[in-house]
Design a protein around this ligand. Structure first.
Ligand code: HEC
Length: 140
């Protein structure tokens, strides 16, 4: 019986590892609404001519390092001139969010905007900030 209870506990403990917890997604959703939704749309649909969509954006669901750099350094070095020329808004860099908050925000985007890509951890954000510097201004 104890063994069975132990097994159940291991199962219950390991089950959420398959995806981000609801708590992380709720936090990420709130932070996205506060910091990004005004330009990219509450549902990530973007605003044609103003700001690009986040839904089904390969940069959002692709390499976590690139995505973290967009948030912590701005888009100047990362998005193409062609992409920039399509939109009149300029994306600001450095949101004064903690590594934990950035991880939750990006995890939410990767989960909810069409891709179900892997979660992003605070450790990954810390690493990228260490490697590339926190805030690089939005200048090319
Ligand atoms: C003031 C408007 C504005 C805000 C606020 C804003 N963005 Fe952006 N974002 C843009 C614009 C405009 C672009 C594309 C042009 C460029 O490169 O600056 C962009 C580009 C991006 C890209 C790259 C898209 C691609 O495929 O190249 C990502 C990812 C992104 N934003 C995520 C975010 C996240 C996450 C937040 C919130 C923390 C955020 N943005 C807040 C305007 C904004």
């Amino acid at each position: 019986m104890a063994a069975l209870a132990g097994l159940l506990m291991i199962y219950a403990k390991s089950a959420p590892a398959a995806g981000p917890s609801q708590n992380v997604l709720d936090t990420g959703s709130r932070l996205y609404g506060d910091s990004c939704g005004s330009c990219h749309g509450a549902d990530g649909a973007g605003v044609p001519g103003d700001s690009p969509p986040m839904q089904n954006d390969p940069l959002v669901t692709g390499n976590p390092v690139t995505l973290i750099r967009v948030m912590t350094q701005g888009t100047a070095k990362i998005t193409s001139q062609q992409e920039k020329s399509l939109y009149t808004n300029t994306m600001p860099a450095d949101y004064h969010l903690s590594d934990d908050q950035i991880a939750a925000l990006l995890t939410y985007m990767r989960h909810d905007f069409g891709g179900n890509a892997s979660p992003i951890t605070a450790d990954q954000v810390t690493q990228v900030r260490k490697q590339y510097g926190g805030f690089d201004s939005n200048q090319p």
